[in-house]
Design a protein around this ligand. Structure first.
Ligand code: PMV
Length: 317
């Protein structure tokens, strides 16, 4: 039974344009927010047990399944920090599919943290928000770089290096993207561990991770000068390296191949992989729409068509 007092919080999806996996090892990543794929959370004072209501579970918080352990931990930690002592109900509504490399777990954690602080009427400094998201992400991912926490809570395209404040990437010309989900969710924890094992075998300096780092470094001037043909070529190279890390499923490979056959500037896996989603860079809005149809015909289960502009002006048509 609800008790009246409530707080709300929001966050949104993200796509990693360049640098996934390498970002865990201190290389840069470029991430863009997807502000129209939203998550919202409501925290309500109630009677009885602490309660969770989300897509995957509805019931007492303490009985939530192990897949939600990170979220449970974040709620407990958040309640402790705001010194909340009464039973609480958390309701989460999300448009971000979980396990698709689009930042679902970080966005859910951020929306819930914001809802808790709103409920308590307490200010939530950005540093605290990021710490709370990290509590949940560490449980979900093992060793999150922090890029998802940043990109799902702000509206700017970001240049992110682990442990540093992110920089805003200037985008002089609109970037027409297509994000497509395959039929299979990925498992970022698993692919991050798999990449770790490979990286330890290869040592640093020569393998796919280092090459992704170098390709991503080259992408920043390409983005800032609006040289999207070159950016697209770099995306294709990064995809090859991610495939060498066994992060791309055959289904994602098919989607990438379909986009390139139809003359996309670039196409690659996005996020942790092992399933999940891919991202395409189109030449213009007409090609963006055409490629969205191509990807649906090639087996994508969902497509989004974000247009990334300058700073804080991203939109999805
Ligand atoms: O799959 P996602 O959306 O959680 O993205 C993970 C990105 C990685 O670089 C693979 C991991 C990380 O923490 O940066």
């Amino acid at each position: 039974m609800t008790h009246g007092k409530s707080g709300r919080g929001d966050a949104h999806g993200k796509a990693i344009l360049m640098g996934e996996h390498a970002v865990v090892y201190g290389f840069p990543a470029v991430a863009v927010p997807l502000p129209e794929i939203k998550v919202s959370a409501e925290a309500t004072s109630r009677e009885g047990d602490d309660w969770l209501d989300c897509t995957y579970y509805r019931g007492p918080l303490q009985n939530a399944p192990s897949e939600l352990a990170g979220l449970r931990l974040l709620i407990v930690e958040g309640l402790e920090r705001i010194k909340w002592r009464r039973p609480i109900g958390i309701t989460i509504r999300s448009d971000i599919p979980a396990g698709y490399g689009l930042g679902s777990s970080a966005a859910v954690a951020a929306a819930v943290a914001r809802a808790l602080y709103h409920l308590a009427g307490a200010p939530l400094p950005r540093e605290t928000l990021l710490e709370l998201v990290a509590v949940s992400e560490t449980m979900c991912h093992g060793e999150p770089s922090g890029v998802d926490a940043q990109a799902t809570t702000g509206l700017d395209p970001l240049w992110f290096v682990r442990g540093r404040s992110p920089e805003i990437v200037a985008i002089p010309t609109p970037m027409y993207l297509v994000v497509a989900a395959s039929s299979q969710p990925g498992n970022t924890r698993h692919t991050v561990q798999q990449v770790r094992a490979l990286q330890e075998r290869l040592g640093s300096g020569t393998g796919p991770i280092d090459r992704i780092g170098a390709l991503t470094a080259a992408s920043r001037p390409a983005i800032e000068h609006g040289d999207y043909p070159y950016l697209g070529a770099l995306m294709i190279e990064v995809h090859r390296e991610l495939a060498a890390l066994n992060a791309a499923t055959s289904e994602v490979e098919q989607l990438v191949a379909a986009a390139l056959r139809h003359e996309a500037l670039g196409a690659k896996l996005t996020g942790g992989g092992g399933g999940g989603s891919m991202v395409v860079l189109a030449k213009d809005i007409q090609q963006q729409r055409q490629l969205a149809d191509v990807l649906m015909s090639a087996g994508a289960t969902r497509v989004w068509t974000p247009i990334v502009r300058g700073t804080g002006l991203s939109a999805i048509n």
